[in-house]
Write a protein that binds this ligand. Structure first.
Ligand SMILES: [Fe+2]
Length: 314
């Protein structure tokens, strides 16, 4: 099903870029239908109600003929790979665990267990470089676990950023996936909820060899953190914004502009909302955890044309 490994480049040790195209696709409709959900926060097998809700939603996506599903992070609630497995099993059981059917990215709750971080820090006060290494290992574990959705291969160590180009009959869609989770630091990221996109990812995606094939695509950026949180003058809101913010959001925006991205899909801040920043529509997929019957529907019917709405199941 997958063909044409166009580009595969290593950047430093962890940043791999992979471009592929799907060679065959059932022609159901000219309009490409994309579903977007976020912030599942699954917490164990006993979370039966949420897992049932996930079944219901995935079954609906199949019946409604969605071409692709994006999950923009926080699949798990406490960085437990067992919860990644529960989500993966649900995707598999609905035939959605395929490279050209689903894209997932990591959220802070997939990579950081705040309690463990605090315990480890209080007991051992490890050097920042050791904490960073442990964070990098967790990121690698997440990417290895979902490798098939990154490269189409069951095994491998490709990680963020990655670019997926899927040839639909009416439009080529490029999903540009970045990691925005920033490792826990006692002073700079005390709740583990601030985000940053590291320079390696920005650099890897800014190359002409990456930008050129994107010019003929409808480009959709993916990251977990919001560009905009509350953004009001209230001091309480500003303090909250600081704990949640994407630190280098302006650099991220410049990259998205260079790619002529039409949309950026994110989660993290549990609100279903869309907003414009410098001509790019940002869509917050809200929280499956709190509103499991709601999702974002995107209809793309050409390189310039897209409609978005939030849908509520009956
Ligand atoms: Fe989050």
């Amino acid at each position: 099903m997958l063909a044409n490994a166009v580009i595969k480049k290593m950047y430093r040790q962890f940043t791999v870029l992979e471009l592929k195209t799907a060679s065959q696709k059932k022609l159901i409709t000219e309009i490409v239908k994309i579903a977007h959900i976020s912030d599942l926060h699954i917490s164990g097998k006993q979370d039966r109600r949420q897992l049932g809700n996930l079944d219901r939603l995935f079954a609906h996506f199949n019946i409604a003929g969605f071409d692709h599903l994006v999950i923009s992070g926080d699949l798990s609630n406490s960085a437990n790979p067992e919860d990644w497995r529960l989500v993966r099993e649900k995707l598999e059981s609905h035939g959605l665990y395929q490279w050209d059917k689903t894209t997932v990215i990591a959220g802070n709750h997939d990579l950081i267990n705040l309690e463990e971080e605090l315990r480890f820090y209080n007991a051992l006060n490890p050097l920042p470089i050791l904490r960073q290494k442990s964070f990098d290992r967790k990121m690698a574990e997440f990417c290895a676990y979902f490798q098939e959705l990154i490269t189409g291969e069951e095994r491998g160590d490709n990680a963020f950023p990655f670019v997926k180009i899927i040839n639909y009959p009416s439009v080529k869609i490029a999903f540009v996936a970045l990691n925005s989770v920033y490792s826990w630091y006692p002073a700079d990221n005390p709740l583990g909820a601030r985000g940053v996109i590291n320079p390696g990812q920005l650099h890897a995606l800014s190359r002409e060899s990456v930008l050129a094939p994107l010019r003929e695509c409808f480009v959709i950026g993916l990251c977990h953190h919001a560009y905009r949180v509350y953004g009001t003058d209230s001091l309480i809101d500003q303090a909250f914004d600081w704990t949640m913010e994407l630190k280098n959001r302006e650099e991220f925006l410049v990259l998205m502009q260079a790619m002529h991205a039409k949309l950026v899909l994110h989660g993290h801040f549990h609100r279903f909302q869309s907003y414009m920043v410098s001509g790019i529509t940002f869509i917050n997929g809200g929280s499956f955890r709190y509103t499991p019957q709601r999702y974002s529907e995107l209809l793309v019917d050409g390189p310039e044309s897209c409609n978005q709405k939030f849908v509520m199941l009956d």
